[in-house]
Design a protein around this ligand. Structure first.
Ligand code: G3H
Ligand code: 13P
Ligand code: ZN
Length: 310
């Protein structure tokens, strides 16, 4: 099985009312943990790489490790650029074996976002690569994009159809109340399902929508992080039943990074607390990889609903 685009995965997900997990990857243990979990549950999976992951690990390492995961697991895997900030990085990824790129023009006004997205779509499509775009603004910190809560903006359903028609993008990330990082809600968690439904009504049937900032910030990992080290301030994420509801209403791709970070950090902190004289990185990294595998299986069953969907 080669690296695949998300086209067929999303068509099936939309019809089936479930979502595909898009997990951020930065190193070998994360890639192995995610793909082992997906393999055990027969789930399709998207491995996504941010520009800071590219700076950290170099594109060729990430690409070859993802290709190795395809070879090892024989799973349908999408290799995706997360939050591409400009045409150049999208082009670099298209030229280097990615099957999907995101151009994040959400920091620009509508017209500039359309122009930039269209430019990426024309190039990516000429090479058989699919494009995710973003309309609306999530709060939080991503690569080169730091949006304060007061500057965030829900996606305008009236603009969504015009945006996808003019750009030709293959999927659309929307802002309905989530944000990046471990601190997502001041009060009770709330997603704007009414906005999601209006967007779905405006768009052609089966057009795939994407939810960023979708970590649940699972209390077990937060508590373990806090027990063995510095506190994670204000930790609050998106409840899993809300993610299942979002998927049933038309979200096909659910992005998770913070939960992986918490699982990995909590496990390594615990390992050092329990065995302070351990000096073999393979010991604590293997434990972290196991934790990621189990977390991904939990997500597949409880948040995504994509087990046995290959
Ligand atoms: O949405 C952003 C992801 O969590 C990636 O974060 O840029 O620190 O790799 P990063
Ligand atoms: P979280 O910070 O909620 O994990 O969101 C990740 C994300 O949206 C990556 O693009
Ligand atoms: Zn994101």
């Amino acid at each position: 099985m080669p690296i695949v685009t998300s086209k067929e995965m999303f068509e099936k997900a939309k019809k089936g009312g479930y979502a595909i997990g898009a997990f951020n990857v930065n190193n070998m243990e994360i890639i192995q943990g995610i793909t082992e979990g997906a393999r055990e549950l027969n789930a399709p999976v998207i491995l996504q790489v941010s520009s800071s992951a590219i700076k950290y690990a170099k594109p060729s390492y990430l690409k070859h490790m993802v290709y190795a995961a395809v070879e090892e697991t024989d799973l349908p895997i999408v290799l995706h650029l997360d939050h591409g900030a400009d045409f150049e990085i999208c082009k670099e990824c298209v030229d280097n074996g990615f099957s999907s790129v995101m151009i994040d023009g959400s920091k620009y006004d509508f017209e500039e976002n359309v122009t930039l997205t269209k430019q990426v779509v024309e190039y990516a499509h000429s090479k058989g690569v699919v494009v995710e775009a973003e309309l609306g603004k999530l709060a939080g910190i991503e690569d080169e994009v730091h949006v304060n809560a007061e500057d965030s903006a829900y996606t305008n359903p009236e603009q969504a159809l015009e945006f996808i028609e003019r750009t030709g993008c293959d999927s659309l990330a929307i802002a309905i109340g989530t944000s990046h990082g471990a601190y997502k809600f001041k009060g009770e968690p709330e997603l704007k399902f009414d906005i999601l439904q209006k967007i779905v009504q405006q768009l052609p049937e089966n057009f795939p929508l994407v939810l960023h900032g979708a970590s649940s910030v699972l209390p077990d990992f937060v508590e373990k992080c806090n027990q063995y080290g510095g506190e994670i301030p204000g930790a609050k994420g998106v409840p899993e039943d809300m993610l299942r509801k979002a998927a049933s209403l038309g979200i096909c791709k659910i992005n998770v990074d913070t939960d992986l970070r918490l699982a990995m950090t909590a496990t390594i902190r615990e390992q050092f607390a329990q065995n302070p004289s351990e000096i073999d990185p393979r010991k604590y990294l293997a434990a972290a990889r196991d934790a990621i595998r189990e977390l991904v299986k939990h997500k597949i069953v409880h948040a995504l609903g994509c087990e046995n969907k290959i």
